[in-house]
Design a protein around this ligand. Structure first.
Ligand code: HEC
Length: 490
């Protein structure tokens, strides 16, 4: 015979310890991290959905819930700098375990269960801690999981020789060949410290469409070749430091791309460092086993057009509106297009931009144009007030076309290099005719075949119809068809 009170106790004890993680999450976390885990108030608070902070070991998140977290922290490639209050005094171990089990298995997260015992142990280990954690402290105890390498089918070849610049490796015989299963570029198979070269080949698997940032430094020299184009190169002999670090941004389609790195070491210190980050900062990591440490002073990381392609730089750029898009053409003529004012606002020649200040977080400091003599054409909206920016497209050569809509009128605004310090701007419209502001801050003088703007810019406008009013130069765009302008910088 089963006694009723026996069944009752069995029923009571089991569910009594099973806390409802979802319910507790709503009560204790969702005000800041949102019910959907994306971070409350439109992402002002960091997300838990897809966050690397709650992956693998649960200890990292347990400690954050127990003691709180404050100061700068990066989550999914985005910087935050707020404070999360400690909850260890309010929440018992089984409730923390239930919340974190829920967080680790919701919204696409896929990490294991957290038991009350794990929390008890973690709490005991840091019992004498009074202050909230900083990101640096917690990462020292519980480092973040590494992003899996996007390099598949990686092979390495080692060559012996004394080189002070890149040899033609394909004409040489390799001393050693390895398949590098871990997808990490390393000098560990070099077998010597001086007078050698290495070549790595792989498929770079881009996780999605968009802009990829690569940074490269090595001692002594080398280069990175993506889809048979040299994208980065370090010349000559020298140490691996900020002054010899190069970076570039490449627009890639998701999927497989051929990838090759060539490298040589003369003598002295050797090393190679290559990092990548994917679209919207969602992915990032090192492709090498040594990562160049950021010196306390921001290193110089020139962003340059590569192999005949324009470089696009989309971060805060000094001297223009928050949505400024930098374009560096091969040949050394550069501009910033403001997506707020729908106009090319800054023009300069020489080096494009230096991304050194943005080594870690994105867009922390505005990046100044790297060249000299930056000329400002305008700083107010180019179109009537109801004009809207609708994004931009890149043609196969990497040249951008900005898309603008004014009611039912569609305007495209295309830029391409035109030799020397010149570029061509082609505006097409479909809809109604409209007036566009070309220049407003510099003195404007008519020339025989165009306009002189300030001392350094000449503008040819073909047969477009100009309007000069109070030193402001406008053009009339017809209701359909193309208008081609040519800007030349001295
Ligand atoms: C009062 C707002 C607030 C509450 C409530 C809160 N958090 Fe946070 N949380 C934050 C902030 C802000 C940060 C980032 C702190 C910083 O900038 O240093 C953070 C960071 C985190 C992180 C690390 C970064 C990330 O996004 O993955 C985790 C994990 C986390 N919180 C989990 C939780 C859990 C679980 C709860 C509920 C028990 C919770 N938080 C409750 C505000 C809050």
């Amino acid at each position: 015979m089963i006694r009723p009170w026996f069944i009752l106790t069995a029923v009571l004890t089991a569910p009594a310890i099973a806390q409802d993680g979802g319910q507790l999450y709503t009560t204790y976390c969702s005000a800041c991290h949102a019910e959907n885990g994306m971070g409350a108030t439109g992402g002002q608070f960091p997300p838990l959905a897809g966050s690397e902070w709650i992956k693998d070991t649960p200890d990292r998140a347990i400690q954050i819930v127990l003691h709180g977290l404050e100061g700068p922290v990066e989550v999914k490639g985005q910087p935050y700098n707020l404070a999360m209050p400690p909850q260890g005094a309010v929440l018992p171990d089984d409730q923390i375990a239930a919340i974190l089990t829920y967080v680790r298995s919701s919204w696409g997260n896929d990490a294991g269960k957290v038991t009350p015992e794990m929390v008890t142990k973690a709490r005991a280990a840091t019992a004498d801690r009074a202050a909230p954690w900083t990101a640096a402290e917690i990462l020292k105890l519980h480092p973040l999981p590494k992003t899996p390498s996007p390099l598949k089918n990686l092979t390495s070849r080692v060559y012996h020789g004394k080189w002070e610049h890149l040899p033609k490796f394909d004409e040489l015989t390799a001393e050693n060949y390895e398949e590098e299963q871990d997808g990490i570029i390393s000098l560990k198979h070099a077998g010597r410290k001086d007078f050698f070269g290495m070549v790595w080949e792989a498929d770079f698997i881009a996780p999605g469409d968009g802009e990829y940032l690569f940074r490269f430094s090595c001692s002594d020299g080398g280069r990175v070749i993506l889809d048979d184009q040299v994208i980065l190169e370090v010349h000559g002999r020298g140490p691996m430091n900020g002054a010899r670090t190069v970076a570039c941004i490449e627009e890639l389609k998701g999927g497989s791309h051929s990838f090759r790195v060539e490298y040589y070491e003369y003598d002295g210190d050797e090393g190679i460092s290559l990092t990548w980050s994917g679209p919207d900062g969602k992915f990032s990591g090192a492709l090498t086993d040594t990562v160049f440490q950021r010196p306390t002073e921001a290193p110089s990381i020139p962003v340059e057009p590569t192999a005949g392609r324009a470089a696009i730089f989309r971060s805060f750029i000094d001297g223009t509106t928050p949505r400024g898009i930098g374009i560096g053409f091969p040949g050394g003529v550069n501009l910033v297009y403001s997506a707020d004012n729908l106009a090319p606002e800054l023009l300069w020649t020489g080096p494009f931009v230096d991304a050194g200040d943005q080594w870690t977080g994105r867009g922390v400091n505005p990046t100044p144009p790297a060249g000299e003599n930056v000329a400002r054409l305008s700083q107010t909206p180019a179109f009537p007030i109801q004009a809207r920016f609708e994004g931009y497209e890149l043609d196969p050569a990497g040249n951008p076309t900005f898309l603008v809509r004014i009611g039912d009128t569609h305007i495209t605004d295309h830029y391409q290099p035109a030799g020397g310090h010149s570029f061509k701007r082609t505006l097409t419209s479909k809809g109604e005719s409209t007036t566009i502001l070309i220049s407003e801050t510099l003195p404007v003088e008519p020339l025989e075949d165009g306009w002189q703007i300030g001392e350094r810019i000449t503008l040819q406008i073909g047969d477009a119809h100009p309007i000069l009013r109070n030193n402001r130069l406008y053009l009339e765009l017809p209701s359909s068809g193309a208008t081609t302008l040519r800007y030349t910088l001295k």
